[in-house]
Design a protein around this ligand. Structure first.
Ligand SMILES: NC(=O)c1ccc[n+]([C@@H]2O[C@H](COP(=O)([O-])OP(=O)(O)OC[C@H]3O[C@@H](n4cnc5c(N)ncnc54)[C@H](OP(=O)(O)O)[C@@H]3O)[C@@H](O)[C@H]2O)c1
Length: 238
């Protein structure tokens, strides 16, 4: 899809850190923006309130999503594994069910999500994911398994999806479009660090990049040592 055909986009999870960066990038491109966030988080979008439409409500509520994605050419969804009520999979399902046929759907998650099982994780990474998943479930705060289920549903769908898998994140000025690779463990990704503003940039760029349809790119900052050392790898072009 060319940029000219991307006019109206919905950002599901717009009030979070990643979401707000995506709102900014989308407005900079001149898109009409609709954002969905929890009612209590609407004030976090005050800086953009006169330039976007906000649909308050739980992102896993199909009716909220149905209203928000109406007429949208693209939907950017933050898959956050919060709580223990299938928030992530409920959100993904609502988007898959209600986005218009042919819309570009871009979802965020972390490197721990694997599409084809060919990712190669370090011992440290696997242990960290297991510990976080166990502790988080114990205090009923986060449900990593449900983010896995959300992505399984996206991968199985016949929509025009992209699942962007983020490395560890940091704040800071933009460095440009992250580079990407199909599998965690590929040398270009070794630095495992991306600026959050650039994660958002990659999500928004993916809306108009057809080469990313039905891909699950794992991303890393374009100025990180591993990215610079493997500048010829398949990459988001900065
Ligand atoms: N953090 C990392 O290091 C990291 C690393 C790799 C990938 N990622 C991926 O990056 C994306 C964004 O992550 P982030 O850490 O930057 O977070 P974020 O942008 O701050 O987003 C968190 C989202 O979760 C919502 N949320 C928070 N608490 C909630 C609750 N109790 N119930 C329902 N929703 C709740 C927030 O909405 P409110 O504004 O309403 O609170 C916000 O939309 C996610 O897809 C994550 O998997 C993160």
């Amino acid at each position: 899809m060319g940029t000219d055909r991307m006019k109206k986009v919905c950002i599901v999870g717009a009030s979070g850190k990643l979401g707000q960066y995506m709102v900014r990038h989308a407005l900079d491109r001149g898109y009409e923006v609709v954002g969905v966030c929890r009612e209590r988080s609407v004030p976090k979008l005050a800086a953009f309130a006169d330039r976007m439409t906000i649909v308050p409500g739980p992102t896993n509520d199909p009716e909220v999503i149905r209203r928000a994605v109406a007429g949208c050419d693209g939907v950017l969804t933050v898959l956050a594994p919060w709580g223990v009520q299938q928030y992530s999979s409920g959100t993904a399902q609502a988007v898959l069910d209600h986005a218009r046929p042919g819309a570009r759907l871009v979802f965020s998650c972390g490197w721990h999500i694997t599409r084809d099982g060919k990712d190669r994780y370090s011992w440290m990474f696997r242990t960290a994911v297991r510990v976080v998943a166990f502790l988080a479930k114990l205090v009923r705060a986060v449900e990593i398994d449900d983010q896995v289920e959300a992505c399984r549903r996206v991968f199985a769908s016949d929509t025009r999806w992209t699942v962007v898998r983020g490395s560890d994140l940091e704040e800071g000025e933009s460095q440009g479009l992250p580079v990407w690779s199909r599998h965690v463990g590929d040398p270009v990704l070794a630095s495992n660090l991306t600026r959050r503003v650039d994660f958002a940039l990659f999500m928004v760029e993916a809306l108009t990049d057809d080469t990313l349809v039905r891909e699950a790119p794992a991303i890393v900052g374009c100025r990180t040592p591993s990215a610079l050392a493997h500048a010829d790898a398949p990459a988001g072009r900065a």
